[in-house]
Design a protein around this ligand. Sequence first.
Ligand code: ADP
Ligand code: ADP
Length: 232
Amino acid sequence: MIELDDLRKTYHLPGRDVVALAGVDLEVAPGEVYGVVGESGAGKSTLLRCVNLLERPDTGTVTVAGQELTSLRGEELRKARQQIGMIFQHFELLAQRTVAANVALPLELAGVKRRKRDLRVDELLDLVGLADKAAAYPAQLSGGQKQRVGIARALAAGPAVMLCDEATSALDPDTTRSILGLLRDITSRLGVTVLLITHEYEVVKSVCDSVALLKDGKVVEKGPIASLLSTP
Ligand code: ADP
Ligand code: ADP
């Protein structure tokens, strides 16, 4: 469902080059929850940004749901990106918009008509257990509730794939558990494939089917979670 082939990315800073990705290969099967774990600076954010082409790799290919994104530009790329939802460490909700209006945003961008959009938003808020918060503003919500909104928004356009950028790093352990449980539950129910990055091995252990360990821009180990459980 997600295939990364020999991704390379170097940042050119004044006076020095930083190799963020040094040839990353990764294959995520349909329906899988795949975790990329590594220390700060390992290249996780760069990797995730390359999957939806927020960042263009120097070389290598990204294929999502059978479409090679790295060969697309402009409108074609924008369309293909609707296959990809994303949630963020700091939620990235729009403060001036209600919960419902935040969730509706991807549908507006996709040109979905008002009536259909409203029905879909109700359905999504039900799914994440926030039906009673539709008219609230992000500032009125707890961290866990904000991330539930983030999940609903990420799923709004019916993506095949969901990318999670340190999605629970700003949350306390109990909330982390409940958000990971919800994520696992909903994505498996909807058949959405998940790629998450985290610096917390606990997150990977509790929710992922497979894991890759990223170090200095390289995958140094990968496989089914059970086979890597001995890794500290
Ligand atoms: P991680 O998410 O694992 O912390 P990053 O992908 O953010 O790793 O960073 C990998 C390396 O690339 C780091 O050395 C970081 O400083 C560098 N880097 C990341 N983004 C940029 C950028 N936009 N410009 C220059 N260097 C960057
Ligand atoms: P995260 O906590 O997601 O790893 P970072 O603090 O690494 O975030 O990066 C935040 C932003 O700063 C990103 O857009 C990244 O590309 C950029 N960035 C990271 N490292 C550098 C760097 N050394 N020079 C310039 N930009 C960087």
